[in-house]
Write a protein that binds this ligand. Structure first.
Ligand SMILES: [Zn+2]
Length: 315
């Protein structure tokens, strides 16, 4: 009986593992969770789906790496140099191959603040040109935000923009593995990058694709453009596997549901609200209850509604 109860508890804990209430899953490391091998040669350390905190060390996005016979490609610098070093320790535990390229999924802190660790080792860092522009403009501000929550864990981190940039596509193929770094089009962030591994039908999608946590709509983001990029550029790739920017590895159907379908639903509700002559103040409260199980719903749902209202007012 006691055994059964313990087993039940364990099941409950697993089912809730994406929740922000769950404590650090890998206390002996600065990483929130130990990297898992998602498919052969592709690993990902799945971050907390909560906002960045001292407890999760800012590891609230996915830090992935691809092992080839000519070196390792890392996706995301991480929120600090200490986090980058912790990821490097994990890479060294699974392969003798050196890290030869780091890719930033966008210009946000958790994508690029660990770049300095890799640049100091002489490793190239690649980002979309708009992400680099964002880092050049707001890097110090982003660094200060990280220092506030990460305190002593921020020690040694400085702003180091990517030294390589691309516009539409960058060929990072190596060791017999086709690696395409893509900017599919406007979506979540101006400098979004996606890493496409066609040989294995794996898309390391970054923040163009969400599922376990609610997607954030930032000021000035064009959600109709995001939907257009989704339909015309992402769907044709038809990936079997998807590692989103946040949350567990999944498939296309799942991220379609919580990204495209969520955007369509919210735009539909806000559109109807505008039609009825509704104003911004009441737009915040359109019914989003069908998405309330998503992590960060509390933080983001009303903000997202306001942003979509401001966008659709002008359509
Ligand atoms: Zn993100």
């Amino acid at each position: 009986m006691k055994y059964l109860f313990t087993a039940l508890l364990a099941t409950v804990a697993t089912a809730a593992s994406a929740s922000e209430d769950i404590a650090d899953q890998y206390p002996q490391s600065e990483l929130y969770a130990k990297p898992v091998e998602v498919i052969p040669h592709v690993y990902s350390a799945i971050g907390a789906t909560a906002p960045p905190t001292y407890e999760n060390s800012g590891h609230n996005n996915n830090l992935s790496f691809i092992v080839t016979e000519a070196g390792v490609i890392v996706v995301n610098g991480g929120a600090s140099v200490r986090l980058a070093a912790a990821l490097h320790d994990e890479i060294k535990a699974v392969t003798d191959q050196p890290v030869v390229l780091v890719i930033n999924e966008n210009g946000q802190g958790h994508a690029m603040l660990g770049n300095a660790y890799w640049r100091d080792l002489g490793v190239d860092v690649l980002a979309h040109e708009d992400a680099v522009a964002e880092v050049n403009e707001n890097g110090d501000f982003i660094l200060q935000g990280m220092q506030r929550y990460n305190r002593d864990k921020a020690e040694g981190t400085r702003v180091e923009p990517a030294n390589l940039t691309f516009q539409d596509e960058y060929d990072a193929s190596m060791g017999g593995v086709t690696v395409k770094v893509l900017h599919l089009g406007p979506a979540h962030d101006p400098g979004d990058a996606q890493v496409w591994l066609p040989d294995w039908s794996m898309l390391i999608a970054g923040d163009i694709a969400f599922h376990e946590r609610m997607l954030p709509i930032f000021e000035g983001i064009c959600t109709s453009c995001w939907l257009d990029t989704w339909e015309t550029k992402l769907e044709p790739l038809a990936p079997t596997y998807v590692i989103p920017g946040h949350g567990h590895p999944t498939n296309l159907a799942q991220v379609r549901r919580y990204t495209r379908d969520y955007l369509l639903d919210l735009r539909g509700k806000i559109g109807a609200h505008i039609e009825e002559g509704g104003d911004l103040a009441s737009a915040y409260y359109v019914d989003q209850s069908q998405w309330s199980h998503l992590d960060t719903f509390e933080e983001l749902a009303t903000k997202n509604a306001g942003r979509v209202f401001e966008e659709m007012e002008w359509e």
